[in-house]
Design a protein around this ligand. Structure first.
Ligand SMILES: *Cc1c(COP(=O)(O)O)cnc(C)c1O
Length: 386
């Protein structure tokens, strides 16, 4: 019977305090958006990552939107963005009427390639039209090479927004992921390493910018007793009830990271001896949360494609999925420019064709993980071409 229990890719994993904190919100009748849990959640997040300020909002997507707006990204502006990501990184560029230009990944981190970024800068500098911002995404729990990327962006004086929706708790050179750029963005969506069922956060040391974003996120209410508005506003704030969940989750974040890293290690021990399988690397000086265990499968060696593995797992009631389809391959962005890692070689295309994410929830039992491993090994043994 246990054999048929559904194994999810990355389900929520509540701790002990969340329900108490929600009950506190109910008892005090702070059910409306905003309230003491929102303020406390912001303070605790800023402390955790080490920034001066934090702004809690209703999603990671709205957090990115506000960061672009405060950098005055507007109609016709260029924004560089990692191509290897979830669409939420790029959609806010379109909300502002700006034009995304996509940048490839590097093999070392799977994240933004500094050399592709540099070529993009040279190209647009020659045209006399530098980007207004660069959105760097930290995928699957791991920071991009922020030192190299910041060096290039500083040379052209272009601000960086770090999409750290998947990398809360990771570090790079011992500094928190999400604190390298001018703004860092986190998400508390249901599948993230910690969740508030939905929610997002912007962190920054620029408190003036944070004040503006807070104003816009709260319908841009002018300081007047009557309802007066002189600017466009958004309804982007986080609810007090959800902030209560987020606070409880933040208390167990470090445990969740340890669990996910442990899950990665078990997959690694069992599957890395298989020829044709390569795990997402973790460079020296990088500490990944291993939010999802991601790997590549070379069908020429293993005899099976990632899709065949996903299908075999699905037959056993196990959820897995391909890695993100790069933005430059999406119909939505077909007219956008793209800078590959090498002038004639795209790393993200290769990752997309060979990539696979295995169930990685921090509440995955060893028994269930063994079921996943056994299933992967069985299909590879069955289909091996040599
Ligand atoms: C989840 C995610 C987001 C968006 O967060 P939401 O809270 O779902 O809006 C943005 N970027 C990346 C890379 C994500 O994985």
């Amino acid at each position: 019977m246990n054999q048929n229990k559904r194994i999810f890719l990355s389900p929520p994993h509540m701790g002990c305090e969340e329900l108490n904190l929600i009950q506190e919100a109910f008892k005090s009748n702070w059910i409306a958006p905003l309230g003491p849990h929102v303020d406390a959640f912001e303070k605790e997040m800023a402390e955790y990552v080490g920034t001066n300020g934090a702004l809690a909002v209703n999603s990671g997507t709205s957090a990115l939107h506000l960061a672009l707006k405060v950098l005055e990204v507007g109609h016709g502006d260029i924004v560089f963005c990692s191509t290897f990501t979830f669409v939420a990184s790029a959609n806010p560029i379109l909300y502002q009427g700006a034009i995304p230009v996509f940048i490839d990944s590097e093999i070392e981190t799977w994240n933004m390639s500094p050399s592709a970024l540099e070529r993009a800068f040279i190209h647009f500098d020659n045209l006399g039209k530098l980007p207004k911002a660069v959105i760097v995404v930290n995928l699957f729990g791991q920071s991009a090479n922020m030192l190299s990327i910041l060096k290039i962006c500083e040379q052209y004086r272009v601000p960086v927004i770090e999409d750290a929706a998947e990398s809360l708790g990771a570090t790079f050179h011992k500094k928190a992921s999400g604190t390298f750029g001018k703004f860092g963005v986190f998400s508390f969506n249901g599948n993230k390493i910690i969740t508030a069922s939905g929610g997002g956060m912007v962190v920054s040391d620029d408190l003036d910018a944070m004040k503006k974003m807070r104003f816009w996120a709260t319908q841009s209410r002018d300081p007047a007793l009557h309802y007066q508005h002189s600017e466009i506003g958004f309804n982007y704030r986080l609810s007090n009830v959800l902030a209560a969940i987020g606070r409880g989750q933040l208390q167990v974040l470090n445990e969740r990271i340890a669990d996910r890293r442990n899950i990665f290690q078990r997959y690694y021990s069992a599957l890395s001896p298989c020829e044709g399988i390569e795990f997402m690397p973790e460079p020296a000086n990088s500490y990944s949360t291993r939010w999802l265990t991601a790997l590549t499968v070379n069908p020429l060696i293993t005899g099976v494609s990632p899709i065949q593995i996903i299908e075999a797992l699905a037959e056993n009631n196990i959820e897995s999925r391909p890695v993100w389809k790069p933005m430059h391959l999406q119909p939505l962005f077909k007219s956008c420019m793209y800078f590959p890692h090498f002038p004639d070689e795209s790393i993200s295309n290769q990752l997309f064709h060979q990539g696979l994410c295995l169930p990685s929830g921090s509440n995955l039992s060893e028994e269930d993980q063994d079921r996943v491993i056994e299933c992967v090994i069985t299909i590879m043994n069955g289909k091996r071409t040599y």
